[in-house]
Design a binder for this molecule. Structure first.
Ligand SMILES: [Cu+2]
Length: 499
């Protein structure tokens, strides 16, 4: 199959921007492919009976209960609750504070945070602060479970320089497809005092996948069929934005908006595109890029990744545009084109476009790597057996798979020998992209920005530069949750630096 250009670049005239965007295209591995998805036939879009066309909701924020000025204190209760999603039916969801998605946690750089987690589920759970560099014992890893019907306190300080879009979700042993699939996930936003995009109108768009059976009860890829889950889920779930199927976001014509988009699905790649619009990417997993990347028509957002985009709406009044997932075959997810949200311009007088600053913030490149590590991803057989492995092994939390030292810069070569893409997430840090190797040909793909999750396309090698600044044991794993549950996870032991 011939590759075609992933990103259509508007005529910005800037050759360097074009070259950079092409390297982004290369880095994201984002070409639609036939592959297994095509071989297995495209599944018709799943229809759950969820209503469409309702207004895009603003997500509620978690109340700050701290009596100390500047600190953040909050409570998250995870429990089952009944929701009315489909007419004449009640659906049991599992939620944080009875919300789907859960409440947004709004934090500031440097803030001291104390969050009580009340686990009112009948199974063990944790809260993982996805992408934030918090101490290993506060990271909500499966080594640190919170028993059913018990509480625990998470405390950490929000790192300086971490302003960006994150999310929180359970990270229990082997039950994450089940827990996230029932609704346990929510945004976490970190703000800085000197945000160069502060004046822009802003929306957080949390994309989740929800599967409902004919009785409006949640279906997920269960642990027992976790190997199959990644293939079966997409045909059985719908994509929601802020908890709603195909909501309507009404905007003033010409308005310039900043969207923080979170892929909180269990296993869906999102090839995002907005009909009739180009957009600028301004941020990735770990916050703003060094400069905006304008003129993009699509962006591949792997499971667990976030992207911040700025889009200036068309000046035509009373016109509808679809925010779409164009479909991506790399993880056998069928590759259908699905509308996620309707953007509707109002009848108001058009606003003048806002010009973006040329520089967003400095991104300091990690220094030269002194150690190289190999991470091999494989799937046994054709994946039907449920064996998804890292360096040939299934996850064992009592084993250490890789070792590093606090502060050491390492080059990780993540080799995907399997037949499908895997989005690899490393806990405890943000890393930088170096390049990828396609059929033996290395392609430089430096993008001045920070990531905690990178897509590693089938048959390719992705090279990253990474550094851990806090000691302790950290997970790294595939963020297709059925793969993670099936054991595609490993332990990185970060040793304190020798004095
Ligand atoms: Cu995977």
């Amino acid at each position: 199959m011939r590759r075609r250009s992933f990103l259509n670049i508007a005529s910005t005239g800037a050759l360097s921007a074009l070259a950079l965007a092409q390297s982004v295209s290369a880095q994201m591995g984002g070409m639609p492919r036939g592959g297994m998805g095509a071989m297995m036939g495209r599944l018709p879009p799943f229809r759950s009976g969820l209503p469409t066309g309702l207004p895009l909701p603003h997500l509620g924020t978690l109340a700050n209960q701290s009596a100390v000025l500047g600190d953040f204190e909050g409570t998250l209760v995870a429990s089952p609750y009944n929701a009315s999603l489909v007419s004449d039916r009640t659906t049991e969801l599992w939620g944080y504070n009875g919300q789907y998605p859960g409440p947004v946690i709004e934090l500031r750089e440097g803030q001291r945070v104390a969050i009580t987690f009340a686990n009112r589920l009948d199974l063990e759970s944790t809260i993982h602060w996805h992408g934030l560099a918090v101490p290993a014992d506060q990271d909500g890893s499966p080594m640190d479970p919170v028993d059913p019907h018990t509480d625990r306190l998470y405390t950490f300080e929000v790192p300086i320089g971490s302003a960006g879009t994150y999310w929180y979700h359970p990270h229990a042993h082997e039950t994450n497809t089940l827990q996230v699939g029932h609704g346990l996930a929510a945004p976490l936003i970190v703000r800085s005092s000197d945000d160069p995009l502060q004046g822009l109108s802003e929306r957080t768009l949390m994309v989740t996948s929800l599967g409902l059976d004919s009785n409006a009860q949640v279906i997920t890829g269960s642990t027992s069929m976790s190997g199959m889950g990644a293939m079966m889920m997409p045909g059985m779930s719908e994509l929601l934005v802020n908890g709603r199927r195909l909501p309507v976001h009404t905007v003033t014509p010409g308005a310039t908006e900043r969207w923080r988009i979170i892929n909180a699905t269990a296993d869906r790649y999102l090839r995002l595109s907005l009909d009739g619009h180009y957009f600028a990417v301004v941020g990735t997993d770990g916050g703003l890029l060094d400069q905006p990347l304008p003129g993009l028509s699509e962006w591949l957002l792997a499971p667990a990744q976030r992207v911040e985009i700025v889009v200036s709406m068309n000046t035509r009044r009373s016109t509808r545009y679809a925010l779409r997932d164009l479909g991506y075959g790399g993880a056998m997810n069928g590759g259908s084109d699905i509308e996620l949200m309707t953007v509707q311009t109002s009848g108001a007088v058009a606003l003048a476009p806002v010009e973006l600053p040329r520089i967003l913030r400095p991104i300091v490149a990690l220094g030269p790597a002194t150690v190289q590590q190999q991470v091999a991803l494989s799937g046994a057989g054709m994946g039907m057996t449920g064996a998804f492995l890292i360096n040939g092994k299934r996850f064992d939390m009592d084993r250490v798979d890789l070792e590093t030292v606090v502060g050491r810069v390492e080059l990780w070569e993540i080799v995907n020998a399997s037949f499908m893409d895997h989005p690899i997430h490393i806990h405890g840090t943000q890393f930088q992209l170096v390049g990828r190797t396609v059929r033996g040909v290395p392609i430089a793909a430096a993008l001045p920005g920070w990531f905690d999750t990178v897509n590693v396309p089938a048959g390719e090698t992705v090279t990253i530069k990474t550094q851990q600044m806090l000691p302790g044991k950290r997970m790294f794993h595939c963020h297709l949750l059925p793969h993670e549950d099936a054991g595609m996870m490993a332990v990185l032991d970060v040793r304190a630096a020798a004095s």
